[in-house]
Design a protein around this ligand. Structure first.
Ligand code: ZN
Length: 230
């Protein structure tokens, strides 16, 4: 457990924002290590709550099994329940949540009731065309699901897995048309969340076009400015 999370005697809540393909999944563990707090990722939390058959998980499952969106308040409650767990006593990195302005506002209200707040919102910003290009250049090996990117992490021999020699294929989810449709659905609410945190003064924007290493450095620099260097 890092010292920084408990520095103010309260929880440190950091929201990590970015569209699909912006690299949140790569960067979140680095931040979690730096702050000594766990990563709370929305998909993982929902699956865990459903599997554990908690009251909230059962409620969420009822919506999902009907193909409906889980209401903002239910998602916020699932996060708050998880934030109450021992390992999150110093705070957490929130990944994939809040996804909408409604969720962001509900989270603010719930944290305020506990004397807390979102301390920092880190936004990995990339133009939509670059996000689409990144996702559309992903290839998966047919035999074992090894992941490549023909732009940033190509196999030694084009179209062939380095590890097992099986052909590399593009998943339907990664085709450009599918990616564009997903972006069209997700980017407008993301922009509203970004605007919300800009208005509350906790937003720090990192240029996602830079290398993975430089993005990490930018995120850590913003974190150090907010919480002080270790
Ligand atoms: Zn393979």
């Amino acid at each position: 457990m890092g010292r920084q999370g408990r520095r103010h005697g309260t929880v440190t809540v950091v929201v990590l924002l970015g569209a699909p393909g912006a690299g949140k999944g790569t960067q979140a563990p680095v931040l979690a290590e730096r702050l000594g707090v766990p990563i709370l990722a929305s998909g993982d939390l929902l699956r865990a709550a459903v599997a554990a058959r908690t009251a909230l998980g059962t409620a969420a499952d009822r919506y999902m099994s009907r193909g409906q969106l889980v209401p903002d308040d239910t998602i916020v409650d699932i996060f708050l329940e998880r934030l109450g767990a021992d390992d999150a006593g110093g705070g957490a990195i929130l990944d994939g949540f809040p996804r909408t302005l409604g969720q962001a506002e509900a989270l603010d209200r719930a944290l305020a009731e506990r004397g807390g707040r979102v301390d920092l919102a880190l936004y990995i910003d990339l133009p939509e065309d670059d996000l689409v290009a990144r996702m559309a250049s992903r290839r998966i090996c047919a035999a074992n699901g090894h992941v490549y990117n023909i732009a940033s992490n190509p196999p030694r021999e084009p179209g062939v897995c380095d590890l097992d020699g099986s052909p590399l294929v593009q998943r339907e989810d990664d085709r450009e048309g599918t990616v564009r449709a997903r972006m069209a659905q997700q980017i407008p609410p993301l922009n509203e969340v970004v605007d919300h945190y800009r208005a509350t003064g906790v937003l720090r924007t990192i240029d996602g076009l830079r290398s993975i290493h430089e993005v990490t450095a930018g995120l850590l620099a913003a974190t150090n400015r907010e919480f002080g260097a270790i």
